[in-house]
Design a protein around this ligand. Structure first.
Ligand SMILES: [Zn+2]
Length: 446
């Protein structure tokens, strides 16, 4: 039984239930305090090997030095946090989340009730909980890839986190996302009824560019585009995905986003839609269930990232004797080999999970085991969720690394994640921006 301790930095109360009411903007803002974190084992996010017995000097919200323990006295007034035998890592980064989804099962109304029955305030309240769940699990940064009918709600959650009103990770948000007519739910209602859609639907390059402009104008950090939608099995049993945007439409969006120095994430399973995403200059392929050799080569040449989200496809498949059940199994069957092919071919891969597509109460870090199952070393998987993810986000050296100049996002786990990535599911210490959010570690002398 771990004993919760108060480290007196983030707002004193470190239990799950009382933190939000304890944190005020003044407390949430990083004070210019000095902290020394002692790490028996440090995985710094970029080095090939862990380093033993290190100290991390943190001033305010930044790491200012990393050095062998005992080689420098702590600065006067510094708080020393000895993390004991834990393994210390950079805060993790999930590049594919949905805080406005809660993993609803069809029996509970599935996706549709979210848009049809729930007040925006209810969805926002649950998004606040989801954001906190990310941080509790050691994910100090997320790229949240669309609000699923909750409009620009992600901007408000991000602002509330940044101003210290609620706990949560650093957020990169895409707002509404873009697809085409026939390219996103809600679907299956009488044609006479107008139902809300989970994304902003466009037809033609003019509407495509306008949607991108609107979203960027309102504050989107990234643009998210759905390049495939429905999928099924053809007569030969091959996976087919319905393409959505034309090449001209995606090119208009990419051109507009790149002009703003923003990037475009493309949901794409396989086939024509995935090819258009690559030809259109997408910056990251989300899911990439079935990449061809030529597409792998093109991704390497263009520097396109892959955010695979492996684990989510193992959730709740339809019954095996139904067409959709067979499709679900085919998705899983092709995804692993596609990931292996991308890895072997040298595609840049960043960690992403689609959490929200499964409940936020489940461990986000379950993805690590799938990445290792399909060919990554544990260190590669960890770097995909740290320094590589930071590179995708344009934050190299700022996030996903424990090194001077980086934000002081630091986590710790018991055990050795290089021997068993499963230990990343149990994070015992979380610091974001130099402030301790949670710690179940015992301090010496307590
Ligand atoms: Zn998603």
């Amino acid at each position: 039984m771990h004993r919760l301790i108060s480290l007196g930095i983030y707002g004193l109360c470190l239990t799950r239930l009382c933190l939000a009411q304890e944190v005020t903007p003044a407390q949430g803002a990083a004070a210019a305090h000095t902290v020394v974190v002692r790490a028996r084992t440090l995985i710094d996010g970029t080095s090939a090997q862990p380093r033993a017995n290190q100290e991390i000097l943190i001033q305010g919200d930044r790491i200012t030095a990393v050095y062998a323990a005992g080689t420098r006295p702590p600065p006067p007034g510094a708080q020393v946090l000895d993390l004991g035998n834990s393994t210390v890592l950079p805060g993790l980064i999930d590049c594919h989340t949905h805080i406005f989804l809660q993993g609803e099962v069809p029996a509970a109304g599935g996706y549709d009730v979210q848009l049809l029955k729930f007040p925006a305030s209810y969805r926002a309240a649950r998004a606040v909980v989801a954001a906190r769940r990310a941080l509790e699990q050691g994910f100090t940064t997320i790229r949240d890839v669309e609000t699923e009918g909750a409009g620009y709600g992600d901007l408000g959650i991000k602002q509330a986190i940044n101003e210290g009103y609620i706990p949560g990770p650093r957020m990169f948000v895409v707002t509404r996302a873009i697809s085409t007519t026939g390219g996103y739910p809600l679907e299956g209602y009488a044609p006479e009824i107008t139902v809300p859609k989970g994304a902003q639907l466009i037809d033609g390059p003019v509407e495509a560019r306008k949607a991108a402009r609107e979203q960027l104008d309102h504050g989107a950090d990234w643009i998210k585009v759905y390049m495939t939608h429905r999928s099924w099995l053809d007569e030969q049993g091959a996976l087919v995905s319905q393409p959505t945007l034309t090449l001209e439409e995606i090119q208009a969006i990419v051109d507009e986003a790149h002009g703003w120095r923003k990037k475009v994430a493309c949901h794409a399973y396989n086939g024509i839609g995935l090819q258009r995403a690559l030809d259109g200059g997408c910056d990251s392929i989300e899911h990439g269930l079935e990449l061809t050799d030529a597409q792998v080569t093109q991704m390497v040449k263009q520097g396109t990232w892959l955010v695979p989200t492996l684990a989510v496809y193992y959730y709740d498949p339809e019954p095996a004797d139904t067409p959709s059940g067979q499709r679900d199994r085919k998705r899983v069957a092709v995804h692993g080999p596609s990931f292996r092919k991308a890895l072997r071919g040298g595609v840049k891969i960043a960690f992403g999970t689609d959490v929200g597509g499964f409940p936020w109460s489940d461990p986000i870090a379950a993805e690590f085991a799938r990445m290792v199952e399909f060919g990554m070393t544990p260190m590669q998987a960890i770097q995909a969720a740290t320094s590589r993810a930071a590179e995708l986000l344009g934050e190299r050296g700022q996030l996903g690394v424990i090194a001077p100049g980086a934000y002081a996002d630091v986590i710790a786990v018991s055990g050795d994640p290089l021997a068993d990535v499963g230990v990343l599911k149990n994070v015992s210490f979380v610091m974001k921006n130099g402030s301790v959010f949670r710690s179940t570690l015992r301090q010496p002398g307590e």
